[in-house]
Every structure is written in C-alpha cells, then in structure tokens.
Design a protein around this ligand. Structure first.
Ligand code: SF4
Length: 202
C-alpha cells in the first residue's frame, strides 16, 4: 500500500498541504488495499502512518517541479531512469527516488543507484530515500566506481535487448516466485528439512 500512496502523492500537481489531507489519502488506500483483515492490521496501519509522517515532514518547505525525464545511452540502447520528485534547493536540483523499505548495506552503491547518479549528472544530484529507517542519502560514488558500474549496466542492457539473459540457477531458486515458470527446473531433488531439532514426541 505504501508505494501506491507514494505514487499518488508524488504524481500530484499540487502538494498535500496538511496532515488531514494526507490522512484522507491514506484512509482511501487502506480501505482499497488493506491489509484491513490481517491479524496485525492495526500494527501495519501504525507503521504505515509513521512512514508517511516521515515522508510528509521531508516534503515540508521544499520546492518541487515535475520531474524531468532522465536517461542513459549505450549505443542504440537507452535506459530511462525515473525520479519520484525533482526538488529545487536554491543551489542544486535533487532527483529523489523513494522506497518504503529499509536501506540495505549496498543500496547506494548498487547498479540502480549508479544508473540514477549517472543519469542525474550534469542536471543535479541524485538522492535515495528509504522511509523505513528514515534514511535520506545523496548518491556520491566516485568517477572510477561509476565507470565500472556503467560498463556493467551497458553489458546488462545490451544483453537484455539481445534476449541474452539466461537464468542463473542456484539453491535460491526454491524460494523464488518465478520458480514454476522459469524452466527447465534445476537438476536434482528438493529436500525439505522437517522435524530437525524437534523434541521426540514418542
Ligand atoms: S527460479 Fe528464480 S532464482 Fe532461479 S533462475 Fe529462475 S528466476 Fe533465477
């Protein structure tokens, strides 16, 4: 539900100006998407409210514009990078991407972060916000690191365009949501450990 609300709020021409309006938007999304019947519904709702409060505070006193389209080009391949918000700070322009989750240890140095930073270069700065954990990071990879990532993004983009993206099978396949449509299945047997460590019930 969080991302639906973020899309709703960042896609508006006019900002949400007060908490009453924000609450009405959250109520509508909550009713439509829940989880209203979950055993921990009230806890989920509380978490959702806290994340959105952080998001609301973040937007206060900022000047936003409709985000420009950003892209990277590798020969004939164009990778489009989408910012949720474009903020004018007075001395720079910030392109912000927002996630509801928590920042991982590699979040601001991964390939998507590199693509975002490269695409924003020359127009402003790139920023990642993670609502859980309330993190707000300007992306600042060094040029050597960016060049390395850029080569990897180019390789991956061209391979996708050419239809070269073979599945890389591993023991993680068993937990993958695409397991039953990503064929052929990995060789060998799946074995589930049941009862290991449980007390003897005889
Ligand atoms: S099942 Fe999932 S993890 Fe395994 S190869 Fe296919 S897409 Fe990758």
């Amino acid at each position: 539900m969080g991302l639906i609300i973020i899309d709703e709020l960042t896609g508006r021409r006019n900002d949400v100006t007060n908490e009453t309006e924000l609450k009405a938007i959250v109520d509508t999304a909550w009713t439509a998407h829940g989880p209203t019947r979950h055993g921990y519904a009230s806890e989920y709702r509380q978490i959702s409210d806290e994340l959105l409060q952080f998001f609301f505070r973040l937007k206060e006193s900022e000047t936003r514009r409709v985000p420009q389209s950003l892209s990277l080009r590798f020969g004939d391949v164009e990778v489009v990078v989408t910012a949720h918000e474009e903020i004018e700070t007075g001395h720079t322009t910030v392109f912000r991407r927002i996630r509801t989750g928590r920042k991982t240890s590699t979040a601001v140095t991964a390939l998507d972060a590199a693509a975002f930073q490269i695409a924003a270069d020359g127009r402003g700065e790139a920023e990642f916000v993670y609502l859980t954990g309330r993190s707000q990071d300007r992306l600042s990879m060094k040029s050597a690191q960016l060049e390395n990532k850029k080569a990897k993004i180019a390789d991956a983009s061209i391979a996708i365009l050419e239809g070269r993206f073979p599945p890389i099978r591993s023991d993680r396949c068993a937990r993958c949501p695409y397991f039953f449509i990503c064929n052929p299945l990995p060789s060998g047997f799946l074995r589930k450990k049941i009862g290991t460590g449980l007390p003897d019930s005889t």
